[in-house]
Design a protein around this ligand. Sequence first.
Ligand code: GAL
Length: 684
Amino acid sequence: MKPIDALKEFRLGTCYYPEHWPEALWEDDFRRMSELGFSIVRVAEFAWSIFEPEEGVFSFELFDRALALAHKHGIKVIIGTPTATPPAWLTHKYPEVLNVTQEGVTLQHGLRRHYNYSSQKYRELSAIITRKMAEHYKDHPAVIGWQIDNEFNCEIGVFYAPADHDAFRIWLQEKYGTLDKLNEAWGTVFWSQTYSAWEQVFLPRPTPADHQPNPHQALDEKRFISDNTISYAKVQGDILRKVAPNHWVTTNGLFGHLDSHRMNDELLDFFSYDSYPQFSTIFYDKNEVNPLADRGWSQTLGAVRSISPNFAIMEQQSGPGGWVNRMDMPSPKPGQMRLWTYQSIAHGANMVLYFRWRTATVGNEIYWHGINDYHNQPNRRVREAGQIGAELAGAGDRIANTQFKAEIALLRDYDNEWDGEYDVWHGPFTWQSGKAWFKALNYRHIPSDMLYVRSGTTIEDLKRYKVLVYPHPAIMRDETAELLEQYVREGGIIIFGCRTGYKNEHGHAYMRPFPGAAAGLCGISVEEFTMVKGSRAATSMKWSGSGEALTGADSFNEILVVESDSAEAVAHYASDYYAGKPAVTKNVFGEGQAWYYGAVFNEEAAGQIIERLGLSSPASDWLTLPKEVELAIREGEDGPLYFLLNYSEQPALVTLNEEKTDLLTGSKLSGSLTLEGYGVVVLS
Ligand code: GAL
């Protein structure tokens, strides 16, 4: 993968809000940042009312003074365009820019992201403020890049203002051309939904039975929101490129209803992510076996890496988090902030900014803690940041020259992500299986990537991996099936789960035996299927031949039939009325293999398949790690770097059968060593 020019040097820094603090603090803040080894700040992403206090009246003095001090202390600056927080004068004068709920309630001034992307007025005003800021800062010696808006589709990712309904109608006209085609794509013959004039067509509106929309319309709604978000972002992106051509452009994610890959390809130099691993304490599932907790962020970082092989962490959690009324999170324990910083770096980040320099004393986020506390006195988190700063001052550029390396990838795609949000016959399965595979691999110290299947995905993209796991691609276009066939024919191994290949791109069920588009590749058909839930206990599976137990066949069972001579049943169901029937199959196809698992994966099943395929850690020859320690590998011209990340509070015993150097301390390491609780080493 091509290195990203803007990220050639490693940078550590913080989000900074001069407008929140007395000016007398600014210089001391920048001086201390530089002492900690910080070389970058992000500013201004919510400061529209400061830059444009009245319509058409612009003021840059406050930020000019702050940026001059940043420059004096050698700190570079990323400027955020402030469009996530339109000022009160704007929404009061132009209420049509506000977002509206599906029920028709207008979302008013008082929080953020209360606007819609379709309003021409909002686009016009966003363009004006972006241009004014770009013109003002294009030659500023401290400014090096821009963040467009802030976290598109965070807080809310659906839009039902009148302008959105209008824009959706135009989007549909461009996509389908005629109402006949739209009616066909949405299957409106069902329940007499046929449209006879364009004025009858809307984004999904409240309907009986919990407001459920037509499922094909619901899928197009997500596609529209994504396109509309990108076209709104492009208004700003185009201006920044033109007015400030020497600066790079990014935006921070990762949120729903947005093809961040396309946005990155079309508008950005690289993608940025906001990493808050302590959210794991809020979304905690009490029943989860071997919970990933904060380590689960490594999987999301894989999704970020699939957008941009190296990236920035625009906001890295640096304290307990919480708004006044929600998201109440514990404080990171000593060492955890450092661990999470290296988790981001291990997975591809070449720039990390902490959120935030100092905890706000006013507003909704008075409990969202920064590195510094309200009192601004030295504290544990500042000391930890200083340690990280000192380490990366030495090691950062060597790391920045490398990219994450994996030989196995989990496939995903936006069609299924968006369709599965509404369709409970596959959406929830994808999340369960994706997590199961990630855990089974990660706990075995086998690094994995995430790869999004898109219209531009090439055979070379797939051939970077020995094994691909595509858990439940319900929607599968014939072109995708052909690409996957080529991958397997040329030696790749692919593993599918149940519900593969039975829908077309509109979400219509194919009139073909399952697994539809993937049937030829798998050499099987599906005779019958059932949900496994409620009073029906999970069925079990056994490996064929040895009769060893495989695992419970979770959530959904497909009874498979071997259709091709090259295919065989490698496991059978061991209970229920289909006991003895094929549950897992393997088809030798060209030089490779296509596996089909007739249920939803769990960690045990994924683990058993990994073992049958003989996959092991790429460092297993010389490195022995306990389960608590994650292994991530970044590789570049100067060779590989092995990141060992201990997510446990307890020390972990690690054995090295080769001498290595810890890049962070310069010490030579070999034999048995103890990695402290939340400890990190980077071996070269
Ligand atoms: C992010 C957002 C920040 C801040 C932070 C903590 O989602 O970009 O502005 O709100 O969360 O809540």
